[in-house]
Design a protein around this ligand. Sequence first.
Ligand SMILES: [Zn+2]
Length: 454
Amino acid sequence: MNLKKSNNSKNNNELSVYLDPKFVPANLQKFCKDLKQNQLDEKSFLKKSNEIDIFLTNFDLDKLQMNFFLLLIGKRLYNFCDTGNYNLKIYGGDELQKSNIILGWELEKYKFQKFKTVTTKEITKSLTLIPKDIKNKKEAYFFIRDLINSPANILGPNEIYHAAKEHLNDDYVCKKITGKKLEKTFPLISVVGAGASKKNQPIFASFISKKKNKKKIFIIGKGVSFDTGGLNLKTGIGMSLMKKDMGGAANAIGLAKLISRKNLKVEVNLLLCLVENSVSDNAMRPSDIYKSRSGKFIEVSDTDAEGRLIMADALSYASEKAPDLIIDLATLTGASRVAMGLEVPSFFSNNIILSNLLNKASIETGDPLWQLPLWQNYNNQILSNHADYKNIGNGGFGGAITAALFLEKFIKKKIPWIHIDLMGWTRPNKYSKYEGGEAMGIIALSKLIDYMFK
Ligand SMILES: [Zn+2]
């Protein structure tokens, strides 16, 4: 009988992550001593046969950044480990922190290979136990990534609508408005999408949860399937990522599905503004003036500030229903990225209790969101000489704020409202190899909705 232990054993590998030094066994304590503060390097990993120890006892970050970092750790671990089954044990940290490591690992498995004739082989690296909640989050992320990564030649407004319908069919009743009816009832959505070909005509879509409740929330997504900038045409570089301009809608659909899995005491309404912002003889022109759904006249000062136009009509519609909460998600401004970088979406709110709750949800989950002010003294920047408002501020300063102030004009006073300005795209870094469309803010928002309606 051969008693020698094989390296290729089908047994599980043991993967131990130490977040708290008090759990590190005495014989391994010496490895913790040399670790540099807030750094993950080769000294953090100890590997012998099928046992791997990871020491994260040297981190002293605020809770939001630590929780975000644990997601990155999960991604890094996935890339570090060889093919095999892993029995993951995490020592220290709370349940959400532990689950962020597992979620990070699972997210790193994602590949978008629909358009590759030669695909990379699936590498089987699996954890022995994935809780249901993490599977749901992963499903939301993968759906959102797939949708954003799909190019505009195969994913126009109608295809986004159908993808949403298929994804949400079990839990939501859907309908859409197009053509003449759209022109009458959602004039700004109609106008922004007017430059596109017939195949890509603009759509307003609504999805209402089958579960009814007196309390209502509205989740609104900006779905610009491609943004050329319109007649204020973008540069080549500026246009290169513009298939992601439906990232708000993708995230809104993912969020709607994620929260439908919970037993919430609220009716969920998802609204999607689906357009392609194109150049043609039907395209809106700079200086054109249109009457919005709310009745206010809007001067289109810049055809590339189209997102806030389509969102305005959807926000008016949501406000008419007097809901308990409105959340909108949009890849709205480059200015938000200039201020916050790619990883941290900015958020705005007209309600201090709500913004405190969202901050709490962001910190607890490690899903970053950072508040910027609805600075009322900048309102004069969006006043138009020839109409009620114009769709862009003066001079380029505070562009994320003036965009949010524009949206606020269409929210009926006192309806609690959150506006998220997100990138919807991620780049590779030392923890993750993935580049492409990304879910942002949905885990924090889902937590916020738990706080309010569970
Ligand atoms: Zn634009």
